[in-house]
Design a protein around this ligand. Sequence first.
Ligand code: F6R
Length: 367
Amino acid sequence: TLQEHDFFMLKEITEQPKAIKQTLAGRLTASSVSIPELDTFFEQFQMESFRKVDIVASGTSYHSGMIGKKIIEQMLSIPVEVSISSEFSFEHGLLDDQTLVIVLSQSGETADTLSALKEAKAHGAKTIAITNKKRSNIARKADCMICTNAGPELAVPATKAYTCQMTALILLAIALSEKVSGPGNKMTPDMLEALKELPNEVEKCLIMTQDAIDKFAQVTDDQDHLFLIGRGLDYVLALEGALKLQEVAYLHADAYAAGEIKHGTMALFTPGIPVIALATQAHLREKTISNIREIKARDAYVVGITTIGDESVAEVVDEVLYIPEAHAFFMPILAAIPLQLLAYYAGTVRGYNVDRPRNLAKSLTVE
Ligand code: F6R
């Protein structure tokens, strides 16, 4: 149960409401957000001087970067590229003093990300680091450091570091958007509301999904493959869900944009193959449902994840999990919870030490 923390991974999954509260602490005002760390940065640099934004990170942090890209692009109407650190260090697009580079690293020590940061600085780009370690190399090297304040994460798989990074990215997107076009222009009241409610909603996700996910993990114990599908932000989250299952349960899990399956991967679908269909983005749900129908026609076993109040997903899947509904930007934070729990239960039912997956280290200080 949630009270028994056999592993740090479960402890860290369940403490996400508190961790997110810490990320938000001191950064919400009555009508907007305030990130004091950005003040000195913007005394030196004008947001108007940036022509583009690059987000650079590795692994799970790269996945929160992909979410951050979509959010910052929508909020700021500025081109945002997102890159894997180990690629960016050697091959990147336009990078100059009109580029704002945001690096994401829980540990603040990932060698690939540190190299990317140095490369960005060498080209005159201005840099912001979002990290969970105030006293780290990445924190020290960046022009500005925003700490996620998630508390120490001891299990190798990133869980609370991920949701707190996404929370920090939403705060940053709002703060940057206000620098561009005047206070409050881009932030809608439902975003502020969603930020304030976020810790509670994450708590609800833990309660609402834990038992069903535990059961699903038990029945997929003998499976060698699992697919995750989704559109938009759900697709990005599917990538993270797959990574967690690979590293924690040593299960071959792959993520696909829901509309892409029919372009090749469908050939792999055999009866009973487990598929997680993420359908938390209300505006994309109908399309995702038609993709689920295609998969069901091949007799896959589909678990749908959707929001409370939606009845359409339940009609096409074998099992449905409900999570609370929030502004679209926040759904990847809420829907991350059942996916983290799935990796945890799938790993433990197979008898693995989920805190210390084989061949992996918490902090990767070599390139
Ligand atoms: C996966 C995981 C890794 C890290 C990656 C980057 O659960 O933890 O993929 O996200 O090694 O680490 P940081 O964020 O410390 O730079």
